[in-house]
Design a protein around this ligand. Structure first.
Ligand SMILES: Cc1ncc(COP(=O)(O)O)c(C=O)c1O
Length: 326
């Protein structure tokens, strides 16, 4: 990947185009079955470009209760676009189509306009769970019946594709715009894309410009993204298998609970059940032994497997934790 980045042909994407960025955008658009895609620095910006391109200030968006777009993007929907949100529950990070239907506002002067429904696949807070395709299709159907566009935060869509064998294009049909990240399991250092039809992308280009996300000689990082898409997709299956192994190893330790059967992709949620540590204290202790883990709640740790983590690392995590918890 580093070699591909060093060799990348670059231009000025803000001026008259960068050929490597264009190649990445075209390849991603084809992968997702959309007309066009736009390269942006981060998954957060990809989502925010979508929100800005689909909505107007004062609109309301419908999101899953723990969606990244409203939970972990620092209030950007309100701060950047003047949006308010209404949250809906569902299993595995999906949204109940009946609840979505009920949340869509009537065309009534006293109500905000429902500007967008947001899906998330895989779902971060749900522990990398995969919402069933039929659920996403049902949500898309109720939204479209009311003329409301659908955005999919597909930061980890690649993981859902590899875990289910359902092509990216098929998942993407449930949404009018789809964001994907190259910098997570796919292993590129930087970069995300947002895909949709021509008109959406033209509006998105303006929003990206306003957010300062239009990058000049970006071919250097786009080359890393192209390499990731071409070489690192299928191997996500190894991360998924390793995540399940990790969950069973963690579950066998005293004071920790992790359910291997609930691991759908590369995320493992573990509950800290001992009175000796809460999640933050345990993570701090692990850090002193060189093992980094994300604190995801008072008693919850989030582990992620990826291309730089192998079976020997999982064995080390287990032995470090065994030592701490003994
Ligand atoms: C579901 C989801 N969407 C979007 C993002 C944002 O990606 P980035 O960190 O590149 O802004 C993340 C990051 O973890 C995520 O989990």
């Amino acid at each position: 990947m580093r070699e591909a980045m060093a060799r990348a042909v670059v231009g000025d994407d803000v001026l008259d185009g960068d050929p490597t960025v264009r190649e990445l955008e075209d390849e991603t658009a084809r992968w997702l079955g959309k007309a066009r895609a736009l390269f942006v620095p981060s998954g957060t910006m990809a989502n925010q470009v979508a929100l800005g391109a689909w909505t107007r200030p004062g609109d309301e968006i419908i999101v899953q209760r723990h969606a990244h777009v409203t939970t972990y993007e620092a209030g950007a929907p309100g701060y950047l676009h003047g949006l308010q949100s209404i949250t809906v529950g569902g299993i595995d990070g999906a949204m109940d189509p009946a609840e979505v239907e009920a949340a869509i506002r009537p065309d009534y002067v006293h109500c905000p306009k429902t500007g967008l429904v947001c899906l998330e696949q895989t779902h971060n807070v749900a522990g990398g769970r995969i919402a069933p395709l039929t659920e996403l299709e049902a949500v898309a159907r109720v939204a479209r019946e009311s003329g409301v566009p659908v955005h999919m935060d597909g930061a980890r869509l690649a993981n859902a594709v590899v875990a289910t064998g359902i092509p990216a294009e098929r998942w993407a049909q449930s949404a009018d715009s789809v964001s994907v990240c190259l910098s997570k399991g796919l292993g590129a250092p930087v970069g995300s894309l947002i895909a949709g039809d021509e008109e959406f992308i033209e509006r998105g280009i303006v929003v990206r410009k306003r957010l300062g996300g239009w990058m000049r000689q970006a071919g250097v990082i786009a080359a890393g993204g192209l390499y990731a898409l071409r070489h690192n997709l299928e191997r996500l299956a190894e991360d998924h298998a390793l995540a399940r192994t990790l969950a069973s190893r963690l579950n066998a330790l005293p004071g920790l609970a992790a359910d291997p059967d609930s691991v759908a992709t590369n995320i493992v949620m573990a509950e800290v059940q001992t009175d000796r540590f809460d999640a933050a204290a345990l993570a701090a202790r692990m850090r002193t032994e060189g093992v980094l883990v994300l604190v995801f709640g008072k008693r919850v740790l989030r582990f992620v497997t990826h291309m730089d983590v192998g079976a020997e690392d999982v064995a080390r995590v287990e032995s470090v934790l065994r030592g701490i918890l003994a």
